[in-house]
Design a protein around this ligand. Sequence first.
Ligand code: C2E
Ligand code: MG
Ligand code: MG
Length: 565
Amino acid sequence: MKMEVELDKAQKRLRDIELALNESSIVAITDNKGMIQFANDKFCEISKYSKEELVGSNQNIVNSGYHSRKFFQDMWRTIGNGKVWKGEIRNRAKDGTYYWVDTTIVPFLNENRKPYQYIAIRHDITKRIEYEEKIKLMAYYDSLTLLPNRNLLQKWITEHVIQCHNQLTVLFLDIDNFKSINDNFGHQIGDLVLKETARRLKLCLRRSDFISRQGGDEFIIILNGLYDKEDIIKVVVKIQEQVSLPFYVNDKIIITTTSIGISKERLKGTKDDICHLLETLIQQADTAMYHAKKLGGNTYEFITPNQNTQMKRYYLLEEEIKHGLTENQFYILYQPLIDLRSHRMVGAEALLRWNNPQVGPVSPSEFIPLLEEKGLIIPIGNWVLKTVCKQLKRWQENGVYLQRVSVNVSPIQFTADDFLNDIKQILNETQIEPQLLEFEITEGTLLNVEVSSKILTELKRLGIKVAIDDFGTGYSSLNYLKRLSIDTLKIDKSFIDDIDIDDEIIVNTIISMGKHLKLNVLAEGIENEKQLNYLLQQYCDEGQGYYWSMPVTADAIQRLYELGG
Ligand code: C2E
Ligand code: MG
Ligand code: MG
């Protein structure tokens, strides 16, 4: 019985050998100490040793030193116990080159079931391993600078963060005006600057620190175990000094500076907590970097509690605003536009409101830039226009005839390729007379005179009026106002405030200039009688402000109208 079992096992082993063998097999037979007793031609070919050299040598003649002691201990334990071992091994040939083999070692057992010989069948997998390494390199390393990329940062965080000392500092580094290097010298030179920057950054760091290229000209550096402010500043200054040394590329000298944002924290909690914390630290360092940029660049900033609160709010709003439109969190209020002479309501300005269940009401000055940044201003701007058109229709049905309703248009919306098409479609859908609409754009929108004048001409053709909003705060020159087809000039509230302190020079200038250009002139933010009387004296045409009404609902506009404006 025992004999049969043994025979079965021996047969199974032979099957293992048979399965592993083919014409490209590298075969070696060793004794139980690893001494080579037989080597086939393929083994000689790949190892570049002759048969004479191999036979009689220990099989570790091809050891590359790549694998750990434990790796071989495990292997010996398996085959020493009479079991088959399979694995991938990196070996070294006689000429010092390396090759990878997929290895199966089958032991031959004596009557005491102790191995007395091993047959090792190997196959060359060098190409496959190289390929896999290339793929890994592509997935985890930035191909330009060969620094780890974002993916490896994530992996590093999960694998190493727990071993980090319990203090961690994150630097977020951005090259100042990198775009102008690309623009002035071309992308190739831009790339060389990035590569050299990466090299210099690495020189400033210790082995335990981590650096990755975040993309573009941004780098993230994690200073492992460094927490003391003075120590951090030393490293940061060293980095900034290194990076601002001149670059000599293709006979050109390029000088760059960097802005660095810094955040730091003592680590505690579970691995998950720490990973999350590190993500937050990166965001905080990014925010601090942004503040360093705002200070003019070439400097560093530690994240401050204030910036931190701002950032937390920003991330919250950023998340919430995505659902604003689908969850009906947006609505529109209307503020009456008043004819100063007759005191009658001639129109209304549509003002967007956002009320979020989590955050509460958010001011347009906060959420409009966010919408612009997130590319949401176009769909939401279109929604505003459509809602206003539908409201105009409803007012008309209820006997409310306003001369115009003005809608604020963001520069991004105004210059978008689809802007005119979107408007035409909305006009078509709602069947509203375009003459009832006025678009409010800011002076900044007109900076690109060529693009904007084309759109203005087309709007005029459609019959839609245009107002310049917040006039006096931008870069307007009188010249272009003459050339562009504009209907209304809205004087910014800050100049109306000046009337209160008897500083009216600018208001006077704007009004007389507007009149000279035959524009309708409206004063924004009128709050008291003094302002109103002064504006009347100056022949200002229209006004808007809390003196008459704050922005109110569409129904309230109807009631005001019915009361006689
Ligand atoms: P804006 O177009 O200059 O709008 C006038 C702002 O002044 C409104 O602020 C209005 O509520 C406020 N205001 C009016 N009268 C008075 C007054 O007597 N005293 C004071 N202190 N303030 C007064 P709001 O509604 O906060 O809007 C701020 C800005 O957000 C608007 O400035 C406009 O640039 C932008 N905005 C609002 N709705 C939209 C929209 O639908 N699309 C776009 N792109 N921007 C919008
Ligand atoms: Mg406006
Ligand atoms: Mg305004």
